[in-house]
Write a protein that binds this ligand. Structure first.
Ligand code: GLN
Length: 230
């Protein structure tokens, strides 16, 4: 079995665990809650959940987990959802006062709470490439979600593969900043799920639905192939 860790410092880690422990995934993985470097050392892959990115980074630092996490990301498989996606990004806008420590690993620029305060949360039906039964849309749950501002892979980085976008019509309107309105479907701000190399990033919360196809995708397309090539 593949050992999948879930960073369990704060946020929606129990919900991710419940998703992995349902069929058809449960026979393929063993789940570990990660709070220490010793827990992390047991894992083949890691999920960083949604929650609050600044708090999570502060907790990770105080537990001596920041460096072990960065090292893990360089060699193993990681999936970040929402706050977890922020932590995996290369740079962040709209960080809290006092700054935001990042783990990095995925070459994107992201904006924390990027849809602004007037529309903090919404749901949208997503078409996701490669998901089982992909003609059935996946419900994206966006809660004070981050927004991808740009993809910046260096020539030596693995390419970025976009696997889900929102159509501009589904996006929250920024009434106070009409010039920031998204109208073009190729705008990076429409991107809500992507892969880079072994890693997966989603700006929404698949663990807060009752559909575990995204978790199945992660195990099938990211975790298990990495064990075969290891
Ligand atoms: N806005 C949160 C942050 O900055 C993320 C929200 C979430 O994970 N639902 O970390």
């Amino acid at each position: 079995n593949a050992v999948v860790g879930i960073l369990a410092l704060q946020g929606a880690f129990a919900e991710h665990q419940a998703m992995l422990q349902r069929s058809p995934i449960k026979r393929k993985v063993t789940v570990v809650q990660v709070r220490t470097a010793e827990d992390l050392a047991k894992c083949d892959a890691l999920i960083i959940p949604g929650g609050e990115s600044t708090t999570m980074a502060i907790l990770a630092r105080s537990l001596g987990l920041l460096e072990p996490l960065k090292e893990f990301i360089r060699t193993k498989v990681v999936w970040g959802t929402c706050a977890g996606a922020i932590l995996l990004s290369q740079s962040v806008e709209n960080a809290k006062k006092g700054g935001q420590e990042l783990l990095g690993g995925i070459s994107v620029k992201i904006a924390r709470n990027g849809w602004g305060s007037q529309v903090e949360s919404f749901e949208a039906a997503l078409e996701v490439e490669g998901l089982r039964d992909s003609s059935t849309p996946f419900t994206g749950v966006f809660i004070r979600a981050p927004v991808i501002l740009g993809l910046n892979p260096a020539p030596s980085d693995p390419p970025i593969e976009v696997i889900a976008r929102l159509s501009p019509q589904c996006l929250p309107r920024s009434h106070d900043q009409p010039e920031r309105q998204v109208t073009d479907s190729s705008d990076p701000r429409t991107i809500v799920a992507l892969r880079q190399g072994r890693h997966l990033l989603t700006t929404f919360h698949p663990e807060l639905t009752d559909d575990n196809r995204f978790h199945e995708y992660f195990v099938q397309h990211c975790v298990l192939p990495s064990l075969q090539s290891a």
